[in-house]
Design a protein around this ligand. Structure first.
Ligand SMILES: CC[C@@H](C(=O)O)C(=O)SCCNC(=O)CCNC(=O)[C@H](O)C(C)(C)COP(=O)(O)OP(=O)(O)OC[C@H]1O[C@@H](n2cnc3c(N)ncnc32)[C@H](O)[C@@H]1OP(=O)(O)O
Ligand SMILES: [Co+2]
Length: 134
């Protein structure tokens, strides 16, 4: 059901500092900041030859990543995103198997303009999983 790894997301306390490190120290192609108010985060994507890195920092008062950054103040790997062809079929199959789909269970439009859903980290080996429809 899951396909390619779309991105690995890293939550950071200072988005500009992290972007500068990827651009200047690691020599990566770093995109522009994108505010995503529906998701409570500002993101910067970094293009790699085989996937993307998503740098995340909180946006607004009730960001879903606030708790993670409080526990990991210098940042850390926050989620991985797999591509799926049919997100509703994937959701229904996962729910049937007992996985917890976060939020109200309905996909939201993600940073690439495509529907996304999140799966509880406790159901996936301690790793928060995002699904993105192709
Ligand atoms: C820009 C759009 C989109 C894209 O297109 O790419 C995005 O990527 S948006 C990214 C931000 N959005 C989300 O993360 C939405 C889904 N996340 C959530 O709903 C919450 O973050 C969460 C997963 C429910 C956790 O919320 P939190 O407030 O931290 O809840 P708890 O404190 O109750 O945590 C429960 C439990 O889970 C552990 N935890 C929390 N976050 C993670 C994580 N990222 N990875 C692994 N484990 C995580 C937390 O430590 C708790 O564990 P215990 O302490 O053992 O109970
Ligand atoms: Co993401």
């Amino acid at each position: 059901m899951i396909g390619r790894l779309n991105h690995v997301a890293i939550a950071v306390p200072d988005l500009e500092a992290a972007a500068k490190q990827y651009r200047d120290t690691l020599g990566a192609h770093v995109g522009a900041p994108q505010e995503e108010p529906d998701h409570g985060v500002t993101v910067i994507f970094i293009d790699l030859p085989n996937t993307k890195i998503e740098l995340l920092c909180p946006l607004g008062d009730d960001s879903p990543i606030a708790g993670f950054l409080a526990k990991n103040p210098s940042g850390g790997i926050h989620h991985i995103c797999y591509e799926v062809e049919d997100i509703l079929a994937a959701r229904d199959r996962l729910k049937q198997q007992g996985a917890r789909v976060l939020g109200n269970g309905e996909p939201k439009i993600g940073a690439h303009g495509k529907p996304v859903l999140f799966l509880h980290p406790k159901d996936f080996n301690g790793c928060l999983v995002e699904l993105e429809q192709l």
